[in-house]
Write a protein that binds this ligand. Sequence first.
Ligand code: MN
Length: 284
Amino acid sequence: MTMNNRNIREVLKIIDGQKTSDGDGVQLTRLIGTAELNLIDPFLLMDAFGSDKPLDNIGGFPSHPHRGFETVTYMLAGKMRHKDSAGNAGVIAEGGVQWMTAGKGIIHSEMPEQQDGLLSGLQLWVNLPQSVKMTESKYQEYSKDDVPLDQSNPGYSIRVIAGKTQNGVNGVIENSHINPIYWDVKLHENRQFKEIIPAEHNAFLFVLEGNVYVGESQQLVNKGQLALLDMGEALSISSNTASRFIVIAGKPLNEPIARGGPFVMNSQEEIQQAFNDYNSGNLV
Ligand code: MN
């Protein structure tokens, strides 16, 4: 099938997000995981975080637990130091990504590292299927230089964190549960972005810079907005200005979801068990 015969995805809903704060003094805009948009299965939560204050004023995210899903941190500016109960530690810098599978349990901290300048990034929570919620924790981390850059199209470039582009560039992240797409796209002025997205995937985009027109209806999506997409086989986006956006997609799990703070399981009993395990020191 040629690209022109494919069913192009359209915007279902535009989300501005909800300003909040979490951790210790970090400013957050919650885009997924709110009353307005509870879930884009398998994506449980997405926060855009940031601060332009010096390090003294931001405590970051001190030690906290997770169970039952994966956290994905992608740094857009600044540096974040992380440390976890499995013995992993390091600094994620601009363009770097950490894909952490909490599985049966992990306790970690995420603290801003730079002395001044901007801090900003995205955190995404990716659900795990019931069959592997209690798997051993695992951890994939890559710096900007590790992330493949697809520059084969004259109108745009894609940093391929996960998934495969039309030109066959594969991302660095491995995840066979939802076969995710996670692309950081730079679209040049007056050009068109066109890529295939697996038809069974739920998908959305988040605009980082400029503004874009999505689908055949040319729906405008502005900087800072998340656009939930309908089902389809391809994504077509244009822009009058240089723009940058994130495309995220994954196969829905279609399983019951029980949320309890930092834990996401299939039932309330399992959430209670997670709190019991954490309080008794048996989470990890
Ligand atoms: Mn965390």
